[in-house]
Each structure stands twice: as C-alpha cells, then as structure tokens.
Design a protein around this ligand. Structure first.
Ligand SMILES: [Zn+2]
Length: 260
C-alpha cells in the first residue's frame, strides 16, 4: 500500500524571492531557492488530497499535473494558505459534484467569510466552486488514511497540524505554521516516519519556529526523516542544508517522498 507526498510549496507567506528585492545571482540560480507558498499533495492507492490551497495553488497543480482531488485539508485561514481555494472550482467541475473541505470550526468560519461565494448553503451558479464542508472535530478517515488533527500555537489564530496514519503506521506528521510543537503533539506523532516542521528563518519569530526551535522539536519527535518548510529567503538551500544535522533536510518545491 503506497504513500507518497509532494511538496507543492515550501515558502513563507510572501514566497521566495520576494517582490522588489535584489538577490545574488548565485542565489537565484538555484531552483531550490525559488519557493512558492507552503502546501503538500498526498497520494495513496485510495485517496488524493492537498493540505492548503495557497495563492500559488493553480501553478502548483499545473506543475505537478494534479488532475483529481478527493479532499482539501486546511491548516488555518492565513491568506498564504487559503487564497488559491477558488481554483478548486476546476476540481468540483471534474468531479461533477462538491469537493470535501476539512477545517477546524474557526478556519471554516473564515472560509465562509473570505470565500462567501462558494461556502454557503444555497445554489451555486454553473462553474462556481462547490465545497462540501467538514468541520474537524477529531480524527477522521479518508480512503486508507486515518488523519489525526493536532492543535498548534500560531499567533492569535492557531493552526491545525495533521498526522497521517495508514494501516496503523504513522507515515507523516505535517506541522507547518507553529510557534512550538506542544508536548502532547510530540507524544502523538512520536517516531513518525516523516515529520515536516515549520522553520521560518534562523532568528526568532513570534508565530513561527526558528531553525533552532524546529531542530529541538525534531529531536523530541524522533522521526526517521525530518523536512523543514515555510522557509524565508534567509535560507540559501545548498549552503544552509550543509549546516543541518543528519536526517534533517530543507524541503524544496517539487520534492516527492515515497513511502512503502
Ligand atoms: Zn500562518
């Protein structure tokens, strides 16, 4: 039974490079320093889903040739995680029906506000995105996956991390947008095969983990492999990767991980 996921994007809220800033030629020459907003695409034999629909969602779908989705999971309602949602209209069109969207009650209330034309109980004009709302109240199943939501501290909004379990095996913990990984989350995801952690930049930030904070969390979680995401331009991929301990990688756009 396969489990594969792709980093659709690995960048912070503005992406990398940011608008109107000069960068050294060597920095721009490395494709791994070009980061669209953070999101993943998860595929098993039974299910295809994305976590978050970023402002880059359309280009990410075209780049990775995503032609079908069974569900969208949403971590939180910051604009860099939800502003591509309307491009899901194509998936409800392909499905000839609504596309399930899973989000916490708070996140769903923001989706209803921001994407009011789609998230409502009335009729949808032809061609509009038709979501099927699923408010997350605990673990849920999608195809061969059991998905455990994890509450993460992230500014005044919070964020939902997701642990993906397949056949009782903890495959992936996707924990982006977090100031810390609380002890109960560390315990729940402990010894997962892959951990993906927010590691915004080397120095501290009030809503995201720094590199050092992410490395500390990674150590406590003890995953077989850890990838850092939601990265700013403070990371020059090859230079900064060389400074990281074994088993910890900076993620990059398009990176695909296949698990047995
Ligand atoms: Zn955020």
């Amino acid at each position: 039974m396969g489990f594969e996921f792709t980093f659709l994007g690995t960048g912070t809220s503005q992406g990398v490079p940011i608008i109107g800033k000069e960068y050294p030629e060597e920095f721009l020459a490395n494709p791994k320093n070009h980061r669209t907003r953070s999101s993943i695409h998860v595929v098993t034999d039974e299910i295809k889903l994305v976590v978050d629909t970023t402002p880059d969602f359309r280009t990410q779908c075209l780049r990775e040739e995503i032609r079908w989705l069974d569900a969208v999971l949403v971590t939180h309602a910051h604009t860099d995680h939800i502003m591509g949602m309307d491009d899901c209209r194509r998936f409800s069109e392909i499905r000839k029906g609504p596309l399930p969207v899973y989000a916490s009650e708070l996140t769903m209330s923001h989706l209803r506000r921001v994407h009011a034309h789609a998230f409502h109980d009335g009729e949808h004009p032809k061609g509009y995105f038709v979501p099927e709302e699923h408010v997350i109240e605990g673990p849920f199943e999608l195809g061969d996956l059991k998905i455990y939501p994890m509450e993460l501290p992230h500014g005044n909004m919070g964020s939902t991390g997701f642990l993906f379990e397949q056949n009782g095996i903890k495959k992936l913990a996707y924990l982006t947008d977090a100031k810390t990984v609380p002890d109960e989350v560390i315990e729940a995801v402990g010894r997962v095969e892959i951990a993906v952690l927010d590691a915004l930049r080397p120095h501290e930030h009030w809503t995201h983990m720094s590199t050092g904070e992410a490395l500390e969390a990674a150590k406590k979680i003890g995953a077989e492999r850890t990838f850092l995401t939601h990265l700013t331009h403070y990371y020059d991929h090859d230079i900064d990767q060389a400074k990281l301990p074994e088993g910890i990688r900076l993620a990059w756009d398009g990176l695909k991980i296949s698990l047995k």
